[in-house]
Design a protein around this ligand. Structure first.
Ligand code: PGA
Length: 261
C-alpha cells in the first residue's frame, strides 16, 4: 500500500499550564516552528483555550481540546460541547484518551457518541487507542485495539474518516518514560491501517493519519517518525518544553512528502 507521508504533531498539555501563562508558551513555540509544514496542534486545558487561540490565530499552529461532550448544551455539569469549542477557534479534539478511560469512566460507547458529535459540529477528532501492559504481555494487544477501533468508529462513514486521526498510545508507555520500540509501534500502526482498509477501503487507509503517542521526545522521535505507517506523534511531557516540541516538529518536517512502500 503506498502511503503518502503527511505528518502531524499534536501537543497534549493535559492539566498543566495556568491561564495567563498559556499564551506565552504558545508564542514561544510559534517562534520556533514558524515555517513548519507539519500540521501542528496544541491541546491546552479548556481554561487556556481562549488565550492560546488568540496567540496562534492565523499561524501554523492549530488549537485542539482534550475532550468534549456529545450534546450541544444542557444539564451536564462540568462538561463542554463541541459547539462551544468551535466558538473559540478550536479545530481538533482528542477523544478517548486512556487517562479519561482510566479516571473518568470513558467507554467505547461514549467515545463513539463524542466522535459523531464532534464530526457533525465540524471538529476533527483524534481518536486514542491502545493496550495495557497486561494485554501486551498476554499477546492480546491487536484484538484489544481492533475492538476499540470498531466500537469507536461504529456508524462513521468513509467520507467522515477524512476528519479522523487515530493515535496509537500503548498505555504502558504514557508518561512512564518507557517508549514502545519502533518495531512495536510500526507493527501496531500498520495493523491499524490494514484494518481500516478492511472496514473502509484502501484509499481511506492510505489517507488516514496514524500517530504514535507515549513518551515520544527528541531522543526517539526520529526513529519513530521514520516508520512507514507512523504519520506523527501525540506528545504529552515533551509538548510542555518548547525546544523539545520544536525539535520533534522539525524531525517530522523532514519526513513530509516521502512515498513509503
Ligand atoms: P507522554 O503523553 O508523551 O507524556 O507519554 C502522551 C499522551 O498521553 O498523549
Amino acid at each position: 500500500m503506498a502511503i503518502s507521508k503527511k505528518m502531524m504533531i499534536v501537543g497534549n498539555w493535559k492539566m498543566n499550564i495556568m491561564p495567563g501563562n498559556a499564551a506565552k508558551l504558545a508564542k514561544e513555540m510559534l517562534s520556533l516552528v514558524k515555517g513548519a509544514r507539519t500540521e501542528i496542534v496544541i491541546c491546552p486545558p479548556y481554561v487556556d483555550i481562549n488565550e492560546v487561540s488568540d496567540a496562534v490565530k492565523g499561524t501554523v499552529i492549530k488549537v485542539g481540546a482534550q475532550n468534549c461532550h456529545w450534546e450541544t448544551s444542557g444539564a451536564f455539569t462540568g462538561e463542554v460541547s463541541p459547539e462551544m469549542l468551535k466558538k473559540l477557534d478550536v479545530s481538533y479534539v482528542i477523544i478517548g484518551h486512556s487517562e479519561r478511560k482510566q479516571y473518568f469512566g470513558e467507554t467505547d460507547k461514549t467515545i463513539n457518541m463524542k466522535i459523531k458529535k464532534a464530526l457533525s459540529s465540524g471538529l476533527n477528532s483524534i481518536l486514542c487507542v491502545g493496550e495495557t501492559l497486561q494485554q501486551r504481555e498476554k499477546g492480546t494487544q491487536e484484538q484489544t485495539v481492533l475492538k476499540q477501533i470498531k466500537e469507536a468508529l461504529d456508524g462513521i462513514t468513509a467520507e467522515a474518516m477524512m476528519n479522523i486521526t487515530i493515535a496509537y498510545e500503548p498505555i504502558w508507555a504514557i508518561g512512564t518514560g518507557k517508549t514502545a520500540s519502533s518495531d512495536q509501534a510500526e507493527q501496531m500502526c500498520g495493523f491499524i491501517r490494514s484494518e481500516i482498509s478492511k472496514i473502509y477501503d484502501v484509499s481511506v487507509a492510505q489517507g488516514i493519519i496514524i500517530l504514535y503517542g507515549g513518551s515520544m521526545g527528541p531522543v526517539n522521535a526520529e526513529e519513530l517518525l521514520c516508520c512507514p505507517n507512523i504519520n506523527g506523534g501525540l506528545i504529552g511531557g515533551s509538548s510542555l518544553k518548547p525546544h523539545d516540541f520544536a525539535y520533534i516538529i522539525q524531525t517530522a518536517d523532514g519526513k513530509i512528502g516521502k512515498e513509503i512502500y
